[in-house]
Write a protein that binds this ligand. Structure first.
Ligand code: AMP
Length: 368
C-alpha cells in the first residue's frame, strides 16, 4: 500500500516531529513509494529528477535506521556514504540531512574538492554516521588513509547520470569495490540509459524500482516555450523577459544557462550593464566565489544567475520562477536537469529556450 500521509510511515518520532515543523503534509510520489521499501531494507533503483523530493526519500529512512540503532563508529569510518557528482549537490544533500535529522543525535561531514583537505581529514578522525562526498576527493583521502569505507551500511549514489557525464565511472567503481558487500544500496538517476542500468546491476541486489517522471520528459507544471530567433536577438529578448518577470512576479529569481564559461561571464557582465544585477557561476570559479554567488542569489541581491550546466547542478533554490536556456543544451538530459531548477516542490515555473538557426539540431534532440 502506498501511504498518503507521513503519519502512516513508521518513522522514528523525532522525524515525524521535524516533518510537522517543516509543514510537510503529504509524501511526494517518490517518498511515498521509496520510503516503505527502504525501511524494509531493500536496495533501490530510483529514476527521479531533482525537485521530486528524492533527497528526503533516502535521508528519512537512513536517519530512521541511525536513530533506531545508534552505534559507536570506528575512527575514519562512516555508517552512511552518499556519493554526489558536485560539491554544490553534496552541500545540498548534507544540508538536508542536517535539517531532517535536527532532533536526532548523529554526526555527519562533507568531503569535496576545491578546498583544503585538512579540515576534512580532522572531521573524519573520530568517524561519522553520515559522509556526503564527491568521488575524486574521497578517493584522495582514502589513499591517504584518512577515510576507511569498511564500515559502510548505507550506500547512496545520487544523480548517477551526471556522475558518469563528468567522467566518474572509474572512481565510482573503485569506491564500490571498497565497501562491504553486506550493505543497503540506493541508486538515483534522472535517466536510465543502458550504461547506467549496467552500473546499477553491478551494485544493487534485487533492487526495487521506483520511477517518477518518465525518462527525458520534463515536469508538467513548468510552462515551456521555445523561441526561434537570430543569435543577435538573444540578448534583447532576455532583457525583455527579465523586465516582464520582475513586473509579473516581484522577488522571483531567474537562472540563465550558457553553454560556455566565457559566455556565462560575458552575459552576466552585459546584464549588469543593462541594469539587471547578475552573477555567473561555472567550473572556473573557486568554491568560495560560487558559494558567495549562490548566497547573494538566494537572498535576491543578484536575482539573475548565469550558469553552466555543471555549476548549476543540484542548486536547490526556492523561488526560481524563470529558467532561460540562452544556449540550447546539446543533450536532452541536460534540458531536463536545467528546467528542473524551476517549478520545484509544487511551485509554478516557466522555462524559455532560445534556439538560433545553428541550434535547430539540438532542439530536435531535446524534444524527443
Ligand atoms: P529534492 O528533490 O530532494 O531536491 O527536493 C526538492 C524540494 O522539495 C526541497 O526544497 C525540499 O525541501 C522540498 N520537499 C521535499 N519533500 C517535500 C514534501 N513532502 N512536502 C513539501 N516539500 C517537500
Amino acid at each position: 500500500m502506498i501511504p498518503t500521509s507521513f503519519e502512516a510511515l513508521p518513522l522514528a518520532a523525532p522525524l515525524h516531529r521535524v516533518l510537522r515543523e517543516l509543514n510537510y503534509e503529504t509524501p511526494s510520489p517518490i517518498q511515498a513509494q521509496a520510503i516503505p521499501l527502504l525501511l524494509e531494507g531493500r536496495d533501490l533503483l530510483g529514476c527521479a529528477q531533482t525537485g521530486t523530493g528524492k533527497t528526503a526519500s533516502f535521508a528519512l529512512p537512513i536517519l530512521h535506521a541511525l536513530s533506531e540503532k545508534p552505534k559507536q563508529v570506528r575512527p575514519k569510518c562512516c555508517r552512511t556514504l552518499v556519493l554526489a557528482p558536485t560539491r554544490e549537490l553534496a552541500g545540498q544533500v548534507g544540508k538536508s540531512f542536517s535539517t531532517y535529522g535536527q532532533h536526532i543525535r548523529f554526526k555527519q561531514t562533507l568531503i569535496y574538492g576545491g578546498v583544503g583537505a585538512n579540515p576534512q581529514i580532522s572531521a573524519m578522525r573520530g568517524g561519522v554516521d553520515v559522509l556526503v562526498a564527491t568521488p575524486g576527493r574521497l578517493l584522495d583521502l582514502i589513499e591517504q588513509r584518512a577515510v576507511d569505507l569498511s564500515g559502510v551500511e548505507f550506500f547512496v549514489l545520487d544523480e548517477v547520470d551526471r556522475m558518469l557525464d563528468m567522467g566518474f565511472l572509474r572512481d565510482v567503481k573503485r569506491i564500490v569495490s571498497l565497501i562491504p558487500a553486506n550493505r543497503q544500496s540506493l541508486f538515483f538517476s534522472a535517466t536510465l540509459a543502458p550504461n547506467i542500468v549496467e552500473l546499477a546491476n553491478s551494485i544493487l541486489r534485487n533492487p526495487a524500482r521506483v520511477s517518477i517522471a518518465p525518462e527525458t520528459t520534463t515536469a508538467e507544471r513548468i510552462d515551456q516555450q521555445v523561441c526561434f530567433l537570430d543569435r543577435e536577438n538573444k540578448k534583447p529578448l532576455l532583457e525583455q523577459l527579465l523586465r516582464d518577470q520582475s513586473q509579473a512576479t516581484s522577488g522571483k529569481l531567474t537562472i540563465v544557462f550558457s553553454r560556455t564559461k566565457h559566455g556565462a561571464n560575458k552575459l552576466a557582465k552585459s546584464l549588469c550593464a543593462a541594469g539587471f544585477p547578475a552573477d555567473a557561476i561555472h567550473g572556473n570559479k573557486s568554491q568560495a566565489q560560487r558559494e558567495k554567488a549562490l548566497e547573494r542569489f538566494k537572498k535576491g541581491l543578484t536575482p539573475v544567475l548565469v550558469a553552466t550546466d555543471v555549476a548549476a547542478r543540484g542548486v536547490d533554490v526556492k523561488d526560481v520562477g524563470l529558467v532561460v536556456n540562452f544556449d540550447l543544451p546539446n543533450e536532452p538530459e541536460a534540458y531536463v536537469h536545467r528546467i528542473g531548477r524551476t517549478g520545484r516542490a509544487g511551485a509554478e515555473g516557466r522555462a524559455v529556450s532560445f534556439c538560433a538557426e545553428d541550434e535547430r539540431d539540438f532542439y530536435g534532440k531535446s524534444k524527443k
